[in-house]
Write a protein that binds this ligand. Structure first.
Ligand code: SF4
Length: 141
């Protein structure tokens, strides 16, 4: 028997599932076995979600992902996460990545976090994110 659980509660996901599909703006961004996704997220959105959990907080304000999810009529032409991603480049602004095999699952990103060539490729594509934090901590009012 299979059960599909749809939730924003990452604690419930980690306790009850074997595989996870992380969705953003209606697209699967990363799909992998639960344990490996939690220990080694490959998509910047997945990593930002995990970094924004209360248990990942340093005791101060909770981290957030700046910006908002695009609506049906204001979708970016490239990667849907591009306007909110610290690793965005001119390429990700223009070319929407396909969902493709990566490690033990699937990913939709030009520069997966575990790709050892990603920093050189980000720089070559006009980005400036070498060493950038996955999440900008900002004040929540
Ligand atoms: S394709 Fe680029 S903008 Fe989109 S999530 Fe990956 S790094 Fe970020």
């Amino acid at each position: 028997m299979a059960l599909i659980l749809i939730t924003h509660n990452m604690g419930v996901v980690s306790d009850t599932t074997e595989r996870v599909a992380v969705m953003y703006a209606g697209q699967i961004m990363e799909q992998r076995p639960t344990q490996s996704l939690f220990t080694s997220p490959q998509h910047p959105y997945t990593a930002a979600l995990l970094a924004a959990r209360p248990e990942a907080s340093d005791g101060g304000r909770l981290a957030t992902i700046p910006g908002v999810v695009p609506g049906v009529y204001d979708r970016p032409r490239g990667c849907l996460f591009n306007p909110r991603c610290v690793y965005a480049t001119p390429l990700t602004d223009k070319v929407r990545p396909d969902l493709r095999p990566w490690m033990d699952g699937l990913i939709r990103c030009h520069y997966p976090l575990g790709d050892p060539t990603r920093h050189e490729r980000i720089a070559a594509d006009g980005g400036a994110a070498d060493g950038a934090p996955i999440l900008k901590r900002e004040t929540v009012s």
